[in-house]
Design a binder for this molecule. Structure first.
Ligand code: PMP
Length: 361
């Protein structure tokens, strides 16, 4: 540790949920349901699966280092040029790449309380100063975030819908905020869950890029597109900004199967629409259940919902585990009274609701 860069000593490894098999062995249970990592519960889509099978014979060769086919397809879908796109081994890799490329020790990064923990981790790892702005109603307080920008600020990170709370910023709030940010400050708009937002509510974030050369929109194939295990995400920004990121990006950072599957997934409208419809229907069921039980929750536009038990959530998490229902405690996000539940298949959600009713008595 003494040999590590400044800032690393204060870091702890990111704690994803334990693998299901390990948890089941520890608890002596089987047939558990995992509603903990905001994955697509439908599994791999048929077009992605076929594309993976088709790509198998080529695996002895390196992938296309520039992801030409996927970028072409994305550029058509989004209405941008391919030089405005960068692909990553998950959007997580690209977040890290932004820090590598643009954030130096001593500079400030502004983000909200209760937001995706990777922003705080990357800020720490790069020796930058975290300016964590207190949340408003479990979500971003954009006025306070704009006011927190100083001459030392290099980056502002916004997650919309937010993880782990699912809160959603209105278009008016967000565009007013962007207009307040000086051009020398980069803004990452993390839209990992954007596909779950209703079409008439989704922000024209890609259109904003023409106006804001300091804006970076981040998206992923890990959620609604169902490819979390393959690791593929992308960012969209001004060509100059993307060009700079490409100088630092590792060649071959996206593997061949991920590229092939993501391209196919983009063309699988039926799968995406089924995933979004399922999510909407099951979200409504959770809300009705929570209301009926008198439980507090944060209304969510994503594929998970955060329940606020208004008391230590750890014993409830443990009791749910014993019922074979794995959800995500979010004490590490500063929300020790809350549990985040990823929306699963109908039967999985039913098991979760039945277990909650039993455990909360
Ligand atoms: N951003 C947010 C807000 C997320 O919740 C996640 C996944 N938990 C990511 C980015 C990273 O996703 P991936 O690296 O799988 O693209």
């Amino acid at each position: 540790l003494a040999l590590a860069n400044a800032g690393v000593e204060k870091l702890h490894p990111y704690q994803p949920g334990k693998p299901v098999e390990e948890l089941e062995r520890e608890l002596g249970i089987s047939n558990s349901v995992k509603l903990a990592s905001n994955e697509n519960p439908m599994g791999l889509g048929p077009k992605a699966k076929a594309a993976i099978e088709q790509a198998l014979p080529e695996l002895a060769r390196y992938p296309d280092a520039n992801g030409f086919a996927l970028k072409t397809k994305l550029s058509e879908k989004l209405g941008v040029n391919t030089n405005q796109l960068i692909l990553g081994n998950g959007s997580n890799e690209l977040i890290d790449l932004i820090y590598h490329t643009f954030v130096s020790p001593g500079q400030q990064v502004v983000f909200s309380q209760y937001t995706f923990i990777v922003y705080a981790m990357a800020t720490q790892a790069h020796g930058a100063e975290a300016i964590e702005v207190p949340a408003k109603d479990f979500g971003h307080d954009l006025d306070a975030m704009a006011a927190a920008i100083t001459d030392q600020t290099k980056l502002v990170c916004i997650t919309n819908p937010n993880n782990p709370t699912g809160t959603f910023l209105s278009q008016a709030e967000l565009s007013a905020f962007l207009a307040r940010v000086p051009e020398r400050v980069l803004v990452v708009l993390d839209e990992a869950y954007t596909e779950y937002v209703a079409d008439d509510e989704r922000h024209p974030s890609i259109d904003w890029l023409a106006q804001y050369p300091n804006l970076i929109v981040s998206r992923t194939f890990s959620k609604a597109y169902g490819l979390a295990g393959l690791r593929v995400g992308y960012m969209v920004a001004h060509p100059e900004l993307i060009g700079v990121l490409n100088r630092v990006r590792e060649p071959f950072n996206c593997n061949s199967l991920a590229l092939a599957a993501a391209e196919a997934a983009l063309g699988d409208e039926a799968y995406l629409s089924e995933a979004v419809t399922l999510n909407r229907r099951e979200m409504a069921r959770y809300e009705a259940f929570f209301q009926q039980q008198g439980l507090h929750y944060v209304p969510s536009r994503a594929n998970f919902i955060t329940l606020d038990l208004q008391r230590d959530a750890a014993p409830v998490y443990e009791a749910l585990l014993r019922e074979g229902v794995i959800v995500r405690p979010i004490a590490g996000y500063g929300l020790p009274t809350c549990l985040r539940i990823s929306i699963g298949l109908e039967q999985e959600n039913q098991r979760c609701m039945d277990a909650l009713a039993k455990v909360l008595g």
